[in-house]
Design a protein around this ligand. Structure first.
Ligand SMILES: [Zn+2]
Length: 77
């Protein structure tokens, strides 16, 4: 089981427990039953130092959208 987060336009964010890999892009809100959109977040990273959190986010983003260097950085002398 894993925790998935959804954002209801009326009630705000809520979490659901579902088997890993089974979360849909939308989920019925437990409060108003309307369709809530899935939110991709890194839960429990608030206790992680901000620099590490930023590095982890950058590493995860690079899987599908790598930063590409188009020129050699200028030399520093
Ligand atoms: Zn709702």
């Amino acid at each position: 089981m894993a925790i998935y987060e959804y954002d209801c336009p009326r009630c705000g964010r809520f979490e659901t427990h579902q088997a890993i890999g089974t979360a849909a892009d939308s989920h019925a809100c437990p409060g108003c039953r309307c369709s809530a959109r899935r939110v991709f977040s890194a839960p429990h990273l608030t206790t992680v130092p901000q620099q590490l959190s930023a590095a982890l986010a950058r590493e995860e983003r690079s899987r599908s959208d790598p930063e590409v260097v188009t020129e050699v950085p200028p030399s520093r002398r």
